[in-house]
Design a protein around this ligand. Structure first.
Ligand code: GAP
Length: 442
């Protein structure tokens, strides 16, 4: 029912109207490339990040979590190659001085905004510069990290020395990254401040291919765990000459966004590039000693890198549904229960019947200790269903006159709108089953 071209407009509008995502600093006219997550947006994002942390870090026996500083010693970005090479090609209009990313222009001679002549191409470094401390000179320049990866490479030795892991093992981190994108666009797809969920997985040089394939499978499993349609995710082998400077092999996981097939995630074989470069510049010993073979060497790295914000947009795109119901269009977000911001909403059938409201509050108090839960008595029941459907609430629980007689309530399924009657004493158990995707409504 929804045209691909206007799907993005509908998602952006729903995100704002229902409190998922707002334009950054909106009352001041916004700030290009920044977005603020509201209550449901942050709940969705936290659920995504928690699921990632569980699947990529805590459920495995070979991963160590990290939360490194965003501002690092600038030498770290010299070693990683970002100071010299993290740039995009930029052209500027000689008339209106608007700037464009040269590789995204159809016409590289004429300005798309005023028709003026475009100047020559030059490289623009995308790292945000800042000054550390009270002096603002060259010696105090540092950068906001452009990827979370750097904080893990510089802590490789700390993990070896404090936890003594054996290869293969990895480090995982979730956090903000900053890129001064020339042309931020497509809602949260390309922004200047965003979040990444990254793994740096250290292996023996001879084992990189085996590990690369294993992580590739994990990434596909992840896509299905968050509810992305299998046929909407595509793997692209990035050819020679198009990979990042540190990578010998990269697979991009692309997603069918409403504005085209675009990169969602990347999986890269970073070789020993980073640990070797940091060794050279810091003089720290970032080698690993293999007790079995008695060999000392620099491990190689496999890096699954996932953007949180691109995940949110992909999840929204695949979850968005419109359908005819009783002569009206019903919009709902068919989130996987595990990531839905609200699992259950509790309603009294009528808000002006104190006995129904009291009973509904009692049920709400019981459920909120275990589930992310909302109480809603605004407007009529149809309106409440519409609101909960639009924020993707997994199930709703209605307290009516029958409840007062036999202690049963109605549970309604978000995706089918089917209803079942359950005892309050069995309510928690039933909701758990629904969240675990057991179909109780057939
Ligand atoms: N450490 C490797 C790395 O940073 P990348 O391909 O530049 O590789 C990894 O970025 C992921 O970060 C991307 O696949 C995407 O999900 C996300 N990402 C990158 N730039 C972004 C931007 N400007 N806005 C939102 N997400 C971005």
């Amino acid at each position: 029912m929804t045209d691909k071209n206007d799907l993005m407009d509908k998602i952006v509008s729903l995100c704002k109207r229902r409190g998922f995502i707002f334009p950054g600093s909106e009352i001041y006219g916004g700030l290009a490339g920044t977005w603020d997550y509201g209550p449901y947006g942050v709940a969705l994002k936290n659920n995504v990040k928690n699921l990632w942390w569980k699947m990529f870090v805590t459920d495995r026996g070979d991963m160590y979590g990290m939360d490194a500083a965003i501002i690092m010693n600038p030498k770290a970005w010299v070693a990683s190659g970002h100071v010299s090479g993290f740039s995009d090609p930029l052209v500027e209009c000689e008339k209106c001085h608007h700037r464009f990313r040269a590789d995204q222009l159809e016409n590289k001679d004429k300005c798309q905004d005023c028709g003026g002549k475009l100047g020559g191409e030059r490289q623009f470094n995308m790292m945000f510069k800042t000054f550390v401390g009270a002096t603002e000179d060259a010696s105090s320049v540092s950068y906001l990290r452009p990827e979370t990866a750097g904080g893990m490479f510089v802590n490789f030795k700390n993990i070896l020395d404090s936890l003594h892991p054996k290869l293969p093992f990895g480090m995982g981190q979730i956090g903000k990254a900053f890129r001064n994108e020339i042309a931020p666009r497509d809602f949260v797809f390309r922004s200047r401040e965003f979040e990444q969920m990254e793994v740096e997985y250290f292996v023996k040089p001879s084992e990189w291919e085996k590990s690369f394939d294993a992580w590739r499978q994990v990434m596909l499993e992840w896509c299905s765990a968050i509810g992305l349609e299998k046929s909407h995710v595509h793997e692209l082998e990035v050819p020679d000459g198009e990979r990042a400077h540190y990578s010998k092999r990269t697979i991009d996981f692309e997603f069918d966004y409403s504005f085209g097939k675009k990169e969602l995630y990347g999986l890269a074989y970073r070789t020993d590039f980073d640990l070797k470069s940091h060794t050279a510049l810091s003089n720290a010993d970032l080698s690993y000693f293999d007790e079995e073979t008695k060999e000392r060497f620099i491990p190689h790295v496999i890096e699954p890198s996932l953007g949180v914000d691109r995940t949110i947009l992909a999840v929204m795109t695949d979850a968005y549904r419109e359908e005819e119901m009783n002569g009206e269009v019903r919009t709902y977000l068919a989130f996987k229960p595990a990531i839905a911001p609200i699992k259950v909403a509790v309603f009294p059938l009528l808000k002006n019947k104190p006995e129904l409201v009291a009973k509904a509050r009692e049920v709400f108090q019981m459920l909120r200790k275990e589930f992310s839960c909302e109480f809603d008595d605004n407007g009529n029941i149809g309106k409440r269903y519409r609101r909960q459907d639009e924020i993707g609430t997994v199930t709703t629980c209605t307290i009516d006159f029958e409840t007062l007689e036999d202690d049963t309530v109605t549970l309604r399924d978000r995706d089918t709108a089917k209803q079942i009657r359950v005892k309050i004493s069995d309510l928690k158990e039933n909701i758990k089953k629904i969240i675990d995707e057991e179909n109780l409504f057939s």
